[in-house]
Design a protein around this ligand. Structure first.
Ligand SMILES: Nc1ncnc2c1ncn2[C@@H]1O[C@H](COP(=O)(O)OP(=O)(O)O)[C@@H](O)[C@H]1O
Length: 191
């Protein structure tokens, strides 16, 4: 994996702020991988490239998803920003030359997760939410939880996102609900 090339290309297509977020996410993903026994190189690369499609506008996200043949569901059509994760995985493969399936999967799952998601997927999902540049109520506790228990931390982060979607009156993508329900079962909390 050619990290120097990834850095150059990423910096060319992202705003400075987003590029910095990607660097922070990469560093945090490596730390989480050290703590939880994940692959350090894969965590670093997936963290770095996770938002490679995040600066595309809604119309570009929809158009590129169609060009690359991604299925687009009704909620993604309403909220194209949700596509940036799966499209990001496609661009990481097609434009950055990443050929590691685990890295591509972790990028694709960093917004909604999915039932049975693996350690690397959880690490990248959380690194995005807790990197040092993130500021939101509860982030300190989430940072602590992420280094203690990946499942509990992903569940807590999904709870926050779902609550925010309800507060804003917007739709909730069911992918996040499916991930949440699976984690509840994994943690033994569902009755
Ligand atoms: N399950 C969901 N349903 C609806 N909107 C969501 C869902 N998950 C995330 N979002 C929204 O999609 C956007 C991108 O999510 P994410 O990639 O997690 O955040 P960010 O781009 O800030 O790193 C955010 O505005 C978030 O609130």
């Amino acid at each position: 994996m050619d990290v120097k090339f990834y850095l150059e290309r990423l910096q060319a297509i992202l705003s400075n702020k987003r590029f910095e977020h990607c660097l922070n996410t990469s560093n945090t993903a490596v730390k989480l991988a050290e703590r939880h026994g994940g692959d350090l190189e894969k965590a670093g690369v997936a963290g770095l490239l996770h938002d490679c499609a995040r600066d595309l506008g809604a119309n570009e996200l929809l158009a590129m998803a169609e060009i690359y043949g991604l299925a687009i569901d009704a909620i993604e059509r309403e909220m194209p920003v949700l596509l940036h994760a799966r499209l990001g995985a496609t661009l990481a493969q097609q434009q950055f030359g990443v050929d590691d399936d685990q890295v591509l999967k972790a990028i694709a799952l960093h917004t909604l997760g999915e039932p049975e998601m693996g350690v690397l997927d959880k690490i990248v999902y959380l690194a995005d939410k807790i990197e040092p540049g993130r500021r939101f109520p509860g982030v300190e506790l989430l940072r602590k939880t992420a280094f203690e228990n990946l499942d509990r931390a992903v569940l807590e982060s999904l709870n926050m996102t779902i609550k925010l979607s309800i507060q804003s009156g917007g739709p909730i993508h069911p992918g996040a609900v499916a991930t949440r329900n699976w984690l509840l079962q994994e943690l033994g909390g569902a009755s």
